[in-house]
Ligand binder design. Sequence first.
Ligand SMILES: [Zn+2]
Length: 305
Amino acid sequence: MTSSQITAVCKFFGITGSTDDWWLRIGLYESWGIWVFWLFWAFLIGSCMGSFLNVCVLRIPRGESVSDQPSHCLGCGMLIRWYDNIPVFSYLYLRGKCRKCGMKIPPRYLLMELFTGLLYAGALASAGWNSQPPEVLAVNIPLLSLALVTFQIDWKCRLIPDQTTYPAMVVGLLVSALLPGAFARESWMGGLLYSGLGLAGMGIGLALFAVVGEKIAKQEVFGWGDVKYMMAAGALAGLPGAVFILTTGSIFGVLFGLYVAILRYRRGRPWRGVRIPLGPCLAAASALWVFAGEKLLRLWLFGGM
Ligand SMILES: [Zn+2]
C-alpha cells in the first residue's frame, strides 16, 4: 500500500494519529517536570470528575437529581463542606468517616476518585504517545466517564439509565461538529456525519437485533439500556470504534459469563442460564478503545505501523 492509500484508509476509519506532534510542542519530551505537571493536572481534574460521578452512581438509580441538593452525609444528613469534599485528600484526611457522626464512607468513593483521575491522566498520555490530535480527548474523556458510571450502576442495579446515555450522545454530536479533528474530519459537517453515523448505525442495527432476537429466543437477548449505551459509544467513537467496543465487549461478556458459570458449577449451584450484566463488559471495552483502539485498528488494517 502506498502512503496516500494508507492515509485514505486511516481517514475512512477515523484514525487520527498524525505526525503533528503536539505532545512535543507542549514540551513533554523535554523534562520530567513538565510531564509531571500535565499528568498531575489531568489527574486532579479527573479526581474532581470522579467525585461528581460518585454522586451520579448514588443518585441516578434512585431517581434523584444530581444537581438539586448539595452533598450530605447519608448517616446524619450533615451538609458536606467544601473542605471535606476535596477529592482523594478529604477521604484520607477524615480516614473515610463523616466528620460529625463518624459513619464509615465506603472505600469505593475513594477508589472512584482515584481511578477516574488515573484514567484521565492515562487518556492524556495515550493521546500523546499515539500522536493523536488533542481533540480526541474531547470525545475520549466523556466516553471514559460514561464507562465508569455505567460499570458501577449496571453492576449494582442491572440498569443503564437514560440520564447517562442521552447526555453522552449529545456531547458526542456537539464535539464532532465543534472539533471534527477528533475523528480525522476537516469540516463540522464531516464530523457530525461521522458521529451521527455511529449513533444511528448502532441504534438501527442493535434495535433490529434486540427485537428479532427476542422473537426468536423468546427472551430478552439485548437490553434497551445496552442499545442506548452503544448509540452513545457510536456518537463518541464513530462507527468503527463502536463496532470495536461491541465486539470486544461481547467477547468480555462471554468470558465473564463462562467464569461465573464455572464458579457456580464448582459450588454445586445452578449454572445454566446464568445472566450477567453486559454494561460493565461494554464499559471495559470502551476503555480499551480509548487506550489502544487506534493501535489495534492499525494492526488489523495494515499489520502494524
Ligand atoms: Zn454523618
